[in-house]
Design a protein around this ligand. Sequence first.
Ligand SMILES: C[S@@+](CC[C@H](N)C(=O)[O-])C[C@H]1O[C@@H](n2cnc3c(N)ncnc32)[C@H](O)[C@@H]1O
Length: 281
Amino acid sequence: MRCAVKHFAALPNLETANPQMEAELLLQHALGLDRTQLYQRLRDEMPPDKKETYHDLIWRRLCGEPTPYITGRAAFYDIELAVTPAAAIPRPETELLVETALALADKRIQDTPSLTVVDVGTGCGAIALALAAHLPSAQIIATDISSEALALAQGNAERLGLASRVHFLRGDLLEPLEQPADIVVANLPYVRSAEWERLPVEIRCYEPREALDGGPDGLRIIERLLRGAPPVLRPAAALLLEIGFDQGPAVVALASDVFPKASIEVKKDLASLDRLLIIQL
Ligand SMILES: C[S@@+](CC[C@H](N)C(=O)[O-])C[C@H]1O[C@@H](n2cnc3c(N)ncnc32)[C@H](O)[C@@H]1O
């Protein structure tokens, strides 16, 4: 089975940062094993009846289908989520938003023990559920315009035992909210429409466009969120928004226009690229 992993990892035409890990995930999926079980059996012969299953999975991957859609699972922060093409695949870059929101919530929870945190555009629930797992006393609300994405997120909340802690609401941005928020987090669509056709096949042909396309300048939905936010924010609220690497100056200008008195900063990711807009009222 070690050879099966190696052969896959060496295959050409695969646009992936970590072919070895993807090969292992596909092999685990084909064999119905977890990571530890796979490692214990790496020296074993591949069961003959599983060879074709594994080859089919490799073929799907080589055609461009993302591994999380093939296996139906994605790791995010310290949780595992079910994923389907109903929602975008959670990305490692978004973990910076979770990390920053948790640090902010930790500081504020002393003054506001029943903190209300809202995840706008929750998709499969990645951000909302990672936050809920770490903020046991906070009220977490998650919204999305897509009812299919919300159904997926609700299923993830149930599987993770967090369903009683996260309230899911369908609707446009903050519109479904019935109470003021202390912290608003969002990873909304921010890809420029004209860039869509240039994206890798993994994204362009498999992920839902409405989850990623942010309009001509990529900022149509983010701008609407910012302009609609003031009435639903508590006086010392914070907003954390994931952005594209080249959108820092534009979102700072937008945020300064809507919140002239707020503290506004852009945080960089591990690759030193602008990734997160932080607004503190
Ligand atoms: C980039 S995906 C992010 C999903 C998830 N938050 C994550 O980080 O993996 C953006 C999500 O925003 C949702 N969305 C797009 N427009 C929206 C709107 N006007 N109101 C609410 N949600 C919206 C999409 O359905 C999609 O689930």
